[in-house]
Design a protein around this ligand. Structure first.
Ligand SMILES: [Zn+2]
Length: 105
């Protein structure tokens, strides 16, 4: 159990409407705040999402590289795949940059 995340979940879950909670139960991941923790260079977005392993709401920030990000359940440490909506644009940009760098040589 990650107690910091458990506290964050309690704090932010109460601010969500029943409709939002229903969406999360159906697989939506809702960004509820940005936090900066000790040892970090900047703020990261925190999401509330549903963990199918322990059947409960969970709270975490995305881990890993943009193309294969995941959220970790703070209760049972299950990994939940997470790709933000803009990750496709990052891939496209990387592809374009690569093309131009090849062309320039
Ligand atoms: Zn879980």
């Amino acid at each position: 159990m990650n107690w910091k995340n458990a506290a964050g979940l309690n704090k932010h879950l109460s601010g969500l409407s029943e409709k939002q909670k229903e969406k999360i139960r159906n697989g939506a991941k809702v960004e509820v705040c940005k936090e900066m923790r000790e040892g970090w260079n900047g703020e990261l977005p925190f999401y509330i999402f549903w963990c199918g392993e322990c059947d409960n709401f969970s709270y975490d920030y995305p881990h890993g590289y943009i193309q294969n990000q995941r959220l970790n359940c703070h209760r049972c440490s299950a990994r939940i795949d997470f790709r933000p909506w803009w990750s496709g644009w990052v891939e496209l940009w990387e592809l374009l940059k690569f093309r131009f760098s090849v062309r320039g040589k």
